[in-house]
Design a protein around this ligand. Structure first.
Ligand SMILES: [Zn+2]
Length: 164
């Protein structure tokens, strides 16, 4: 039995225990969160969020890429979000590789140089500040005044704010 089969079995009981409900497509707290795909960061539990309350955009590193800006543009312009919370974290996998090294690895393994930026980093605070700037400087986003960045400690589970 694969892990996905396990998850499907869980979903059967999860759905069976919950009453049917229809929440609005617009997040109730008018918040979008951009964070890393790291498996130790349970965003909803760590922040006390419930279903229907926030958009959560995740990728390797919580990087503000063109695709994240695309999602934030939809989130703000069509689905009513106003605040953006950026959460990076300690012990990130993106600190364990280099842009050049990983790019070379991909090219050597496949013969194709990736068209995307790798976006590794060493200084997590500097990376959070970079992400804040990318959101604040995007002309596609109408709401850029309430953008805050944080580092989540994967051991203590605490958030620390990074001043932009
Ligand atoms: Zn990470």
């Amino acid at each position: 039995m694969s892990t996905i089969d396990d998850l499907l079995a869980h979903n059967e009981s999860f759905a069976g225990e919950l009453p049917d409900e229809h929440l609005d497509v617009s997040p109730a707290r008018r918040l979008a969160i951009v964070t890393c795909m790291d498996s130790r960061l349970d965003v909803f539990a760590a922040l006390g969020l419930d279903r229907g309350e926030a958009h959560v955009l995740r990728n390797a590193g919580g990087v503000v890429t063109e695709d994240v800006i695309r999602s934030l543009a939809v989130s703000q312009r069509r689905l009513g979000t106003r605040e953006v919370m950026l959460i990076h974290h300690t012990d990130c996998g993106m600190q364990k590789l280099s842009d050049d090294g990983f790019r070379t690895e991909l090219q050597e393994a496949t013969g194709v140089a990736p068209s995307f930026a790798i976006e590794s980093f060493t200084d997590v605070d500097a990376d959070v500040r970079q992400s804040i700037l990318r959101v604040r400087q995007s002309p596609f986003l109408p709401h850029r005044d309430q953008v805050r960045g944080f580092v989540y400690d994967v051991d203590s589970h605490r958030l620390r704010e990074v001043e932009a």
